[in-house]
Design a protein around this ligand. Structure first.
Ligand SMILES: Cc1cc2nc3c(=O)[nH]c(=O)nc-3n(C[C@H](O)[C@H](O)[C@H](O)COP(=O)(O)OP(=O)(O)OC[C@H]3O[C@@H](n4cnc5c(N)ncnc54)[C@H](O)[C@@H]3O)c2cc1C
Length: 411
């Protein structure tokens, strides 16, 4: 098989790139190591509920290209406000403490802007500040890592461009993105092991044989590139090093079914322990469903990895029991959960730049020669870590390839 363009990785970025080129009439092939499409966009239907184990929110919704895509598909969009900022009945988190924690975050943001010379986000708040654990918890959700592991410039690049408008898809964000691949030529369960850009055509070696193409778009997670899973000829030291400086953080979800859902109001939220970074964020009854979505990021996610399946469930039930009562907590049962770092061809949640390395996103996103291009959430300048950032990076890479193919007809 000799398509014009091979796209490696069928996550949001790879699917967007493949669709764009297919719409331009190009002969393409999307190659994916897993036995499903979507990558970190993955909806699992359990007890008739479409649960998003990866992305769930259309962030910066007013300018989110996937919101436009969802609308065009006729997909139902939920535009109600997110409940994250509210603590149900102020349980375990008094209004005075909520205000103090918010003030600490605002001061932290101001210091990030004013102390730009120091690129470690963790240095913008004292280590013994009473709300430091709260800020590390927020960093865990935003970056998948604590502040000491995050570039201040990178964090600001996201923060300054993201809006407060966040929408959801009751049918699942993963459903939307996987559905976008429905009409694409696809090879599932096929792992790319090497890409040789030195010959007359680009040679893409997979565990099922060689494919040749006029160009390739590599849309795999940074940890996969940094590990050297794909051997490049000529070697691409700058890209591989950039990927290593943009590691995937840790974020995981656990869904608990509720025996007595009427005991808690729908669309509400609880933070387990606002004074501890090793805590869960609990979205109660999203869409009114009889479930709690437990979210662990950064320090908390790593603690849950150590705790394992049963330990994570016990931890969440303990925190929820402390706030909502032991009787209520006794009626909670796990029905689904993610361990993204265990997925061999993904390796984590989303990318953050290590201190001093915000500029690596531009290096990763730059083409490696005329025929070899990169896409994926980590390539986005300010929408990294998101599904729409990944999607847009795929479109951008496809447009660069299209420009190349237009100027140099295939041999
Ligand atoms: C728990 C969690 C919550 C999230 N919440 C949100 C949210 O609310 N909103 C939001 O916008 N984003 C969210 N995200 C982030 C979002 O899901 C990702 O940024 C986005 O889906 C990444 O898309 P991608 O195409 O860059 O990479 P991926 O989706 O990782 O796709 C890359 C694909 O490449 C494949 N691959 C790897 N190596 C090879 C190989 N050698 N050969 C062939 N294929 C290979 C992988 O199997 C994978 O399918 C969340 C992520 C997680 C984990």
């Amino acid at each position: 098989m000799e398509p014009e363009v091979v796209i490696v990785g069928a996550g949001a970025a790879g699917i967007a790139a493949a669709r764009r080129l297919q719409q331009r009439g190009r002969d393409i092939l999307l190659v994916e190591a897993m036995r499903r499409v979507g990558g970190r966009a993955h909806t699992e239907t359990v007890q008739h509920l479409p649960l998003d184990l990866g992305c769930g929110w259309l962030h910066s919704a007013e300018r989110n290209p996937l919101a436009d895509f969802a609308r065009a598909q006729g997909t139902v969009i939920d535009r109600s406000s997110a409940a994250w900022r509210n603590q149900l009945r102020n349980l375990g988190f008094s209004t005075a403490d909520q205000r103090a924690a918010e003030r600490a975050y605002e001061e932290f943001e101001q210091r990030l802007h004013s102390e730009a010379a120091d690129d470690c986000a963790g240095n913008a708040i004292a280590r013994d500040h009473p709300w430091r654990p709260y800020l590390d918890m927020i960093s865990g959700a935003l970056n998948g890592a604590e502040l000491d592991r995050v570039s201040a410039r990178d964090l600001l690049a996201y923060d300054d461009s993201a809006s407060e408008l966040n929408w959801r898809l009751p049918g699942g964000y993963g459903t939307l993105i996987a559905g976008a691949a429905a009409a694409l030529p696809l090879r599932l369960g096929t792992k790319v092991t090497a890409i040789d850009d030195s010959g007359p055509r680009v040679a893409i070696d997979t565990d099922k044989g060689r494919i040749k193409a006029d160009a390739a778009i590599v849309a795999v997670p940074t940890d996969v590139l940094a590990r050297g899973d794909i051997a490049f000829t000529p070697t691409l030291d700058d890209h591989v090093h950039a990927a290593a400086c943009l590691p995937l953080g840790r974020v995981d979800k656990l869904f608990l079914a509720i025996e007595r859902p009427e005991a808690i109001p729908p669309e509400t939220h609880l933070l387990g322990d606002p004074r501890n970074a090793r805590t869960g964020s609990y979205y109660l009854r999203p869409f009114g469903w009889p479930v709690i979505e437990c979210f662990f990021g950064g320090i908390a996610a790593r603690a849950m990895e150590e705790a394992g399946d049963a330990g994570r469930v016990a931890f969440a039930i303990e925190e929820l029991g402390t706030l909502l009562g032991r009787d209520f907590a006794a009626g909670l049962h796990p029905i689904a959960g993610s361990w993204w770092h265990r997925e061999p061809t993904i390796g984590g949640a989303y990318s953050h730049a290590l201190p001093g390395h915000a500029s690596k996103r531009a290096i990763l996103a730059a083409p490696a020669g005329e025929r070899l291009h990169f896409a994926g959430e980590a390539c986005s300048r300010h929408d990294f870590s998101t599904a729409h950032g990944a999607w847009q990076s795929g479109i951008d890479a496809a447009d660069r390839v299209e420009a190349l193919l237009n100027t140099s007809p295939s041999p």
